[in-house]
Design a binder for this molecule. Structure first.
Ligand SMILES: CC(C)(COP(=O)(O)OP(=O)(O)OC[C@H]1O[C@@H](n2cnc3c(N)ncnc32)[C@H](O)[C@@H]1OP(=O)(O)O)[C@@H](O)C(=O)NCCC(=O)NCCS
Length: 172
């Protein structure tokens, strides 16, 4: 049984450490990319800083063991919920963990009356694009960022929320 929990930010070092370990485990497969993703160069302190400066997090927790199977962080800016570092540990993939986190994010965005929800995607990782397209996200642009002396092109995928999003992801 999987449950989705809002991260308790009353003890940021503890929760940041759990988020850090889960995120790092998920993104490890990209460790040899040049440049490596930000998730691989983040330190626990970076996660703490992200939470202290306004990001929130959702955890997907396995009911039997209490183990964290997945995490995602987000913040709301100018009516848009932007999420980052969506991560599921390798042993729990293809079981709907990311989908459960995305559904909870969409509910949260609706609750906060956001007009859209968006994320950056690694161009060329079709698995991730397929995941977001399943929920109705579409490519809305590109962003170029500097990382480790390299220039990285990221795609932006957006889901407008002025529609009935409750239909997305049904039946999973
Ligand atoms: C991408 C990631 C979050 C998906 O997590 P997940 O829990 O396995 O995803 P779900 O089980 O909810 O899958 C939902 C849909 O995504 C797509 N998908 C997920 N993994 C896929 C794969 N390996 N190949 C093809 N499609 C895939 C499918 O459409 C899937 O639906 P289906 O299982 O009914 O076919 C996970 O693989 C991960 O953590 N990867 C490393 C970190 C990363 O790339 N994060 C995304 C940053 S943009």
């Amino acid at each position: 049984m999987l449950r989705i929990e809002m991260a308790d930010l009353s003890d940021i070092p503890i929760i940041a450490s759990r988020i850090y370990r889960t995120t790092r485990s998920a993104f490890y497969e990209y460790a040899s990319d040049v440049p490596p993703p930000g998730a691989m160069t983040d330190t626990p302190r970076d996660v703490e800083e992200d939470l202290r400066t306004g990001s929130q997090a959702l955890l997907a927790v396995l009911g039997d063991s209490g183990r964290v199977a997945g995490v995602v962080r987000w913040r709301v800016t100018k009516g848009q919920l932007h999420f980052h570092r969506l991560a599921v540990i390798p042993s729990e993939r293809r079981k709907g963990v990311a989908s459960a986190l995305l559904k909870a994010l969409i509910t949260e965005a609706d609750r906060q009356r956001c007009t859209s929800i968006a994320c950056d995607v690694r161009i060329g990782v079709s698995r991730n694009v397929a995941l977001y397209e399943k929920f109705g996200f579409a490519h809305s642009g590109e962003r170029i960022i500097a990382r480790g002396g390299f220039t990285v092109r990221l795609g932006v995928m957006t889901l407008p929320l002025n529609m009935d999003t409750t239909e997305f992801g049904k039946g999973e």
